[in-house]
Design a protein. Structure first.
Length: 279
């Protein structure tokens, strides 16, 4: 396997082939062209999934046990698949590929929520982040199953089944840590408290959502189901809902925490160092 820089790099960045396999054939809902508003909405969801998958990839070979290496690797691949389908759809409005959107945008152009930018920390921190985000995604994709947009509906149909597993996996770990030793209980309590300020951003409505009535899932409508799921698990874990002030997170507007720059530097280094490369 070798990297060969292309002559016309400006026209070819992000063009990747692997053993003649057409990777586009793997994407859900390929072939439709998004309107500008739908593209912006798909970009938000795709960026959430892309950044989270990059974060989860760090745990490969670092999990607390081999089974968890495999579990988080599979979750990361699931979420990356969601990101590819959503970014492909978002890029259809402007003729850009999912690779263009992943590797050739800078921080202010990303529309992901702040939650997925938060540090991996120790394993409990990652599990708490995954639990919160999976509980949100479970409601999100369930509602998108009724979207009037055929591509979003198709993506949700595949993603919703996978997110159910992600939620169950993280919920089981919340219980395991909370009902384990005093130290594990204290750590997961702190993890949930530290991440809870970023929850409100997930459920904030804005004019884009108003314009996409019937197409997008209205974030505020997802909160009740999310709260029910979280309360059920935390009650079984004998934990209280964190009582903290929300962060002034503005990821949907392109305003991010300082963490995103480091994540993008690692994720985008290779394609920017070798633009137009093929494998």
């Amino acid at each position: 396997m070798s990297i060969e820089p292309a002559a016309a790099a400006a026209d070819l960045h992000g063009d990747v082939s692997v053993d003649d396999l057409e990777l586009a054939d793997e994407l859900t809902g390929s072939g439709e062209v998004a309107t500008p508003d739908v593209a912006e909405y798909a970009l938000r969801l795709g960026d959430d999934a892309l950044i989270l998958s990059q974060q989860l990839g760090w745990w490969v070979s670092r999990g607390p046990e081999l089974e968890e290496d495999l579990a988080l690797s599979n979750i990361a691949l699931d979420v990356l698949g969601h990101a590819r389908s959503l970014l492909r759809y978002a890029g259809s409005a402007t003729g850009r590929s999912e690779d263009d959107l992943a590797f050739w945008r800078d921080e202010p152009e990303f529309r992901n929520c702040w939650l997925v930018e938060q540090p991996n920390g120790h394993y409990g921190d990652t599990i708490a982040r995954q639990f919160i985000f999976s509980a949100y995604q479970a409601e999100l994709y369930r509602q998108l199953l009724s979207s009037t947009d055929a591509t979003l509906r198709a993506i949700a149909g595949k993603a919703e089944r996978e997110v159910r597993y992600h939620l169950d996996h993280s919920a089981q770990w919340i219980l395991r840590l909370a009902l384990g030793t005093e130290e594990s209980r204290e750590r997961i309590t702190v993890s949930l408290r530290d991440l809870w300020p970023y929850v409100d951003e997930l459920f904030a409505d804005d004019p884009l959502i108003d314009r996409l009535s019937g197409i997008a899932a209205r974030p505020s409508d997802l909160r009740a189901g999310f709260d029910d799921t979280v309360r059920t698990v935390l009650s079984e874990a004998e934990l209280e809902l964190p009582d903290v002030q929300p962060a002034r997170a503005r990821g949907r507007d392109g305003q991010h925490s300082t963490r995103l720059g480091y994540i993008l530097a690692e994720m985008q280094w290779l394609p920017r160092r070798h633009p137009g490369a093929s494998w």
